[in-house]
Ligand binder design. Structure first.
Ligand SMILES: [Zn+2]
Length: 58
């Protein structure tokens, strides 16, 4: 699996015209609204993955 998280849509204007920024790892630029933003993986949630299994024991 890739270490990179690639956004599909700009979080500010919703456009898809995104390209990696040279500002650094996880930095992206939106050509539509001219914004630069960063994605950062913060870690896993303490509650763990969601289990969709019913109450059929552990
Ligand atoms: Zn945008």
């Amino acid at each position: 699996m890739s270490e990179r998280a690639a956004p599909f849509y700009c979080p500010y204007c919703g456009d898809e015209d995104l390209r990696p920024s040279e500002a650094g790892h996880g930095a992206w630029e939106c050509a539509a609204c001219n914004r630069a933003f960063g994605l950062k993986f913060l870690g896993l949630l303490a509650r763990g993955p969601r289990h969709d299994v019913g109450g059929d024991g552990i």
